[in-house]
Design a protein around this ligand. Structure first.
Ligand code: ZN
Ligand code: ZN
Ligand code: ZN
Length: 338
C-alpha cells in the first residue's frame, strides 16, 4: 500500500478520516486510488485543494464506518466498496457497529489491492450474474437472538459470506487455536474468499482451467467429503512440502484460494515495503524476483517481531511446489489485469 500524504505534508494512513496535523478531513478516492484532503463546505460537499468536489458514503454519514468518497454529482449513496454489500448485521445490537466496521475496513483493504492489481471489481449492479457481493451475518453461537445456528465464512456464486464474530479478536483467536492455524485475520479471510470468486470468474471454463488443474489438482473431487475428512483426520501432516497451509491440503479449490490469498499478502506487503523504502523495486512480471524480494523482507519482518517479543509475522515457508502455484496465479492475474 502507498505511503499516503495529506496536503499539509503529514503522513496519513488508509483508514484515517482526519489529519491530526492540519485538521483537514481525509477520505479515500477510489477513482484515483489515493487519499484526498478535504474541507467541508456549507452545503456539505467536500472540496479538495484543487477544487474537486465529493460527497461522503452513506455509511460514513450514518455510522462513521467508511472513509471512501464519491464524486459530488454521483447518484449513488454508497461508495464502490459499500455498494457491494448485500446483507449487513443488525446494527442496533451493542458492539455490532464496531465489529462490522472492522469487516468493512478489511474489505476496503482487499478492494484496494484488487484495484491496484487491475482485477475487475464489479458489483451486481454492473454485472448482474457475476458481480461480487458480501453478506455479513451472525449466528446463535454469538447472538442468541439469531435463528441461524451456524454461519460459515465462504463463497458461492459471487457472494462472499463472513461471520460477524470473526471481527471479535478473542473469538477469532480461539478458533485459530482450535484449528491449529498459524495465521487467521479478517484481511486473510477476505483475500481467501476473493480467491474462490476469481477462480469462478477467471479460471473455471476458460483456457486457464487445464493448466490450473495440472498444478493444483482436480477441482471436481467431492468438496463436502474432502472437507469432512480434512477436519475429521486433522489434515495431512506432511503438508509443508507441497502446500502453503494445512487447510490448503483439504481440496484443490481450497489450495487455490489459500495460495491466491498468499499471493495478495506478498504483493501488498511488498508494495508497502517499497513505498516506505524498505524493499527494492523489482520487475513486476517476474515471480522469481517477487519471491526473492519477499523472502528477504520476511526474514527482517520476523526478526523485528522477535525483537518485540511477538510471534513471527510470517510463519510460512515457500517451497518449489508452492512457488509453482504462485507462478500460475501471477500469470492468471497478469492476463486479467485491466
Ligand atoms: Zn494535513
Ligand atoms: Zn462506503
Ligand atoms: Zn475456501
Amino acid at each position: 500500500m502507498k505511503d499516503f500524504k495529506c496536503t499539509c505534508g503529514q503522513r496519513v494512513f488508509f483508514d484515517n478520516s482526519e489529519c491530526l496535523n492540519c485538521g483537514r478531513l481525509l477520505r479515500f478516492d477510489p477513482e484515483r486510488q489515493d487519499m484526498v484532503a478535504l474541507i467541508r463546505e456549507a452545503d456539505g460537499v467536500l472540496v479538495s485543494a484543487s477544487g474537486e468536489r465529493f460527497h461522503d458514503c452513506r455509511n460514513h454519514i450514518e455510522y462513521q464506518s467508511c472513509n471512501w468518497v464519491l464524486p459530488a454529482g454521483d447518484r449513488h449513496r454508497y461508495c464502490r466498496s459499500c455498494r457491494l454489500n448485500k446483507i449487513v448485521p443488525h446494527l442496533e445490537r451493542p458492539g455490532n457497529v464496531r465489529h462490522w466496521a472492522k469487516l468493512e475496513s478489511a474489505k476496503r483493504h482487499l478492494m484496494y489491492t484488487l484495484m491496484q492489481l487491475g482485477l475487475p471489481v464489479q458489483g451486481r449492479h454492473e454485472a448482474p450474474k457475476i458481480g461480487l457481493q458480501f453478506a455479513f451475518l451472525e449466528d446463535s453461537r454469538s447472538n442468541a437472538n439469531v435463528r441461524e445456528s451456524y454461519v460459515a465464512t465462504g463463497h458461492a456464486m459471487g457472494l462472499i459470506t463472513l461471520n460477524l464474530a470473526e471481527a471479535d479478536d478473542a473469538y477469532r483467536e480461539r478458533i485459530r487455536q482450535q484449528l491449529g492455524e498459524y495465521y487467521r485475520t479478517l484481511l486473510g479471510h477476505f483475500r481467501h474468499e476473493s480467491g474462490h470468486y476469481y477462480y469462478d470468474l477467471l479460471v473455471r471454463g476458460t483456457a486457464w482451467e487445464q493448466e490450473v488443474i495440472e498444478v493444483f489438482g482436480n477441482p471436481h473431487v467431492d468438496y463436502q467429503q474432502a472437507l469432512k475428512s480434512h477436519y475429521k483426520q486433522g489434515g495431512n501432516p506432511n503438508w509443508q512440502g507441497t502446500h502453503i497451509s494445512a487447510y490448503a491440503c483439504s481440496h484443490p479449490l481450497e489450495d487455490w484460494a489459500e495460495t491466491w490469498a498468499h499471493y495478495l499478502h506478498m504483493w501488498d506487503t511488498l508494495d508497502t515495503a517499497r513505498a516506505f523504502g524498505s524493499a527494492p523495486v523489482v520487475a513486476t512480471d517476474s515471480v522469481d524476483e517477487l519471491v526473492q524480494s519477499w523472502v528477504e523482507l520476511t526474514v527482517v519482518l520476523n526478526a523485528l517481531n522477535r525483537s518485540m517479543g511477538l510471534p513471527d509475522a510470517y510463519p510460512f515457508v515457500l517451497t518449489d511446489s508452492v512457488i509453482a502455484k504462485l507462478r500460475v496465479i501471477h500469470r492468471v492475474i497478469a492476463a486479467a489485469s485491466q
